[in-house]
Design a protein around this ligand. Structure first.
Ligand code: GLU
Length: 430
């Protein structure tokens, strides 16, 4: 397998993205570790289908603004492709392609009948006013209508999008096909066929993985401390669930700032503060001291949880981490160079595609319920989520122990191998 992604750098439209190159580098490492067929590895390096669309939007001041949107379907081998839709200023094709690839491996280790996909629009949602976000979402849905469908590609929330965004996609799609089609998206409001517990699922899954890890390391949750980067859906639910286990959250940060209180941050008070603060940020929370964002990741703690962006733990700061466990709530927070540094330490890494897989797992439950028109109650959802997470966690740990691999390479190898086996058995058409 060549060292570079297929196509020359000028003709491979993804290659200018550091995040895409990182996903390819991980795939190459795994391919070597499990002796993957070179042709299959090469096929998995390039997403199956990508669409870039222009989204003209009538702004509140009556101007027309054009946004760029992406939907990348990495694999359709195992079923419809599945993955979130993010609204963020920095989004580009390569980032979306990398996130789509990671979704394939994530669905693979969780044994879900999906390929991976991701979508994005290059926009800062905080800058949208009035009905702009709704018009943007509906027009984007219209522009990618030809490649989505409940058996083709199913979207869900990600950074900058939420239940309401999914409701607009559901409505737009249903208006087009002429009947109510809740199975076109997951992470919808419960009133529209959403699944109870979907919103909390990613954070709950993160905490199930942390609990298993603490048990393995013979550490007690009630004597442990946590530091969380990112206080969106994943970060905030993770904090709440950790609090229930007695773990103190001693520092939290977001894109506007970071705060620390070694006696433990009152998470419910923090949530109330953010709801009323102008920037919707943790910055300025009165019952904690303000710290520099760079210090956040280096704060001594039992569990460090990056739950914001990709590529935040790098060669430059990996050596400064002072945690026992790194639980990756975000997708792709740790670069391969940082991984090499971490593998020399005793930091226990719970890799992203395992740690944050609770979200897509409950998305799968939602899709199944919508297809069957038979809804589950929250106890059933949570029990099934826990069962799926623990099973995947222990499969990754035995793969790591048996084959002497890091947790990341063990997790990736299980995900990649599942897709590779299906590709090999289906054969190459024609
Ligand atoms: N955006 C989430 C993720 O990165 C969930 C995707 C889904 O539920 O389809 O895993």
């Amino acid at each position: 397998m060549s060292a570079m992604p297929p196509g020359n750098p000028a003709s491979n439209p993804f290659s200018s993205s550091a995040t895409y190159l990182m996903a390819c580098q991980q795939l190459r490492t795994v391919a070597r570790a499990i002796d993957l067929d070179a042709g299959i590895a090469e096929r998995m390096m390039v997403p199956k289908r990508s669409q870039i669309v222009a989204i003209p939007v009538r702004m509140e001041d009556n101007r027309t603004e054009v946004f760029i949107g992406y939907r990348v379907q990495h694999s359709l081998t195992s079923g419809p492709s599945k993955g979130g839709l993010r609204y963020a200023k920095h989004v580009d094709l390569g980032e979306v392609a990398a996130l789509a690839m990671w979704m394939s491996w994530k669905c693979g280790i969780m044994n879900l009948p999906y390929g991976g996909a991701k979508g994005g629009i290059a926009v800062d949602p905080a800058e949208l006013r009035g009905g702009e976000k709704e018009r943007l979402t509906r027009r984007f849905t219209e522009e990618i209508l030809n490649i989505i469908g409940p058996r083709t590609d199913v979207m869900a929330p990600d950074m900058g999008t939420d239940e309401q965004t999914m409701a607009w996609i559901y409505d737009t799609y249903s208006m087009k096909v002429g009947y109510a089609c809740p199975e076109i998206v997951t992470g919808k409001p419960v009133e529209l066929g959403g699944c109870v517990g979907r919103k909390e699922a990613t954070g709950r899954g993160v905490v199930y993985c942390i609990s298993e890890t603490l048990a393995e390391l013979k550490l007690r949750a009630e004597n442990s401390t946590a530091v969380v980067q990112g206080f969106g859906n994943v970060g905030s639910v993770t904090c709440e669930e950790l609090n229930k286990l007695g773990t103190k959250i001693i520092a939290v940060g977001d894109r506007f700032g970071a705060i620390r209180n070694d006696r433990g941050i009152d998470i419910q008070a923090l949530i109330r503060y953010i709801a009323t603060s102008e920037r919707k940020s943790v910055a300025g929370f009165p019952s904690a001291e303000t710290i520099n964002s760079d210090e956040l990741l280096a704060t001594p703690c039992t569990v460090l949880i990056p739950a914001a962006m990709e590529r935040v733990i790098t060669e430059a700061n990996a050596g400064k981490l002072r945690c026992r466990v790194l639980a990756e709530g975000a997708n792709g927070p740790t670069t391969p160079e940082a991984d090499a540094i971490l593998s020399e330490t005793d930091i226990f890494v719970i890799p992203d595609i395992l740690c944050n897989a609770g979200g897509v797992t409950v998305s799968y439950f939602e899709w199944v319920q919508d297809l069957a028109q038979f809804m589950w109650d929250e106890n059933q959802v949570n029990a099934e989520l826990k069962r799926h997470m623990l099973k995947a966690f222990h499969r990754v740990r035995s793969q790591a122990n048996q084959r002497k691999l890091t947790n990341r390479i063990a997790a990736l190898s299980l995900g990649v191998q599942k897709v590779a086996t299906e590709k090999a058995k289906r054969g190459l058409y024609p």
